[in-house]
Design a protein around this ligand. Sequence first.
Ligand code: DAH
Length: 344
Amino acid sequence: MTDREAQLEQEKIAALTALEEVVSTEALEAWRVAHLGKSSPVMQAFSDLGKLPAEERPLVGRAANAVKQALESAYAVKSEQLRQAELERVLASERIDVTLPGRAVQRGRLHPLNQTLREVCQIFRDMGFQIYRSPEVETDDFNFTYLNIPPYHPARDMWDTFYTDKDGVLLRTHTSPGQIHIMRERAPEHIRAILPGTTMRYEQLTARSEIEFIQVEVLVVGKGITFADMKGTLIDFAARAFGKDARTRLRPSYFPFTEPSAEMDVECFVCGGEGCNVCKGTGWLEILGCGMVHPTVLEYGGYDPQEFSGFAAGMGIDRSTLMRYRVDDIRHFRNNDIRFLEQF
Ligand code: DAH
């Protein structure tokens, strides 16, 4: 055996021993560069062949080839071992226990205010009313002036209003301005519609009031509409909403946009009229304001009050939902606390 052959044999043993220590793909790559790369002893042996005496060349060449092949196949085996080990490690760490119980999907539900609102809308739909949406951001003309509340009129103080930076632009304090929008759109057709939506008032937050609440406006305009039509319609509504035996009463009241005006009470559905803390001992719950549309309002809406008449009503959804579910604080409705909302 020539010296060269002996050196190659030693290199083979050294390389294979070093390979046993390799446990990572990075280390394997370093090993490959060192033992099979361009300047590795084996490759060097190939390039040095020319310098050898002619009779040694085939011997050394053959030996170098054998070592190279041995190292290459050892490399392949190691590479596969590492790949397997990596796969097993990933499988073990990402193991899924399919016997664990699943996590139930939480089902959502309608917000209690929306439940009440939808019921009210459905009742009016059954009674032949259309549903009309109007803007939540209004001008003071629509919110007040066209509703017979001119600028600087003290009646504006009946609503604590959120004004905006923009002159004459405010957040509607009630759904009544929608009356003007629908009248201007429909005149001189007859109208039988409800106008539901969010309203805002700059009020101190207490257990009974919020700065945001939902109202449903009722509007009927036509020829020969009378107070009796209003009364009949509202009593019918109350019967459908609170049960056909629910007693109601109308009390005279004042609103600038109706004349005459009234408020409707329904017998307290908590105590049945006996008197309790929900109805504050009176046996009655106030549910809406109403009246015959004021001639000035009809005119602003584009109707001739000599020819047309109408009635209107406005009811709050929040307070009746509060009473309906005996919720003790109206602010719960908009706190978005799942523990509260899940109960409905
Ligand atoms: N807009 C009134 C309010 O928010 C409620 C109201 C009363 C509406 C009488 C009406 C009505 O349409 O006729 O206080």
